[in-house]
Design a protein. Sequence first.
Length: 184
Amino acid sequence: MKSEVDYLFLRTLDDLAEKVKSSDPYDLLAISAILRKLLLDGDPLVHQVNKIRRIKLFFFIGLPPDFSSQIPKISNWSIQDGFDPETGRPGRPTATVTMDGLLSAKILMLNRKIFTVRDIIKFEANIKGGIHAGQPKEQSEYEIDYAAKYISMFGERFSLHQMRSMGRVVLQGLSPLKEAILSS
C-alpha cells in the first residue's frame, strides 16, 4: 500500500509528463509549480518520498559552452532545449549531477550574469504565475523579467520555453525513485 505522499509524488510525475508534451503556455507555466513542489519547497516532495528509500538520484544534463575565453564577446546566452541532452545539439558537453548540481546548473547568461535552474523555476513559479503572480523583488528577478519582455523562443517567453526541457530532465532523473515506489 502506497502512502499519501507516494501517491502525490506519482501523480505529480504523471502531471509533469503530460505538461512537458504540451504547447499550451499555461501548461508550461504549470511545470514551474510542479518543479518547485518537487525540488524547491521547504520540504521538497522528492525528499519526503525518498526519506526511507534513500535512492541516490542523478540527473543527466546538457552543459553550457565554456565562455571563459569569450566573456568579452558574449554577454547573453540561454541553453534552452540543450539542457535536455536528448534534444540538445549532438556533441554538446553533458554531465550527470546530483539534485544540488541540477538546481545550480547554469542555463542562462544575461549581461554576463549567470542564472541557474533554481533561478528560472523560482521566477516562473513566484513571479510569472506558476504559483504566484507578482512583481520582481530581487535584482535577479528584475533582470530576468526585463529580458523576458524582449527574448522569445518559438513565440514563448524564453524562461517559459525553458520549463519543458527542465521538466524532461527531472522526469528522467526521478524515474528510479518512481520505479522503487511502484515496485514496493
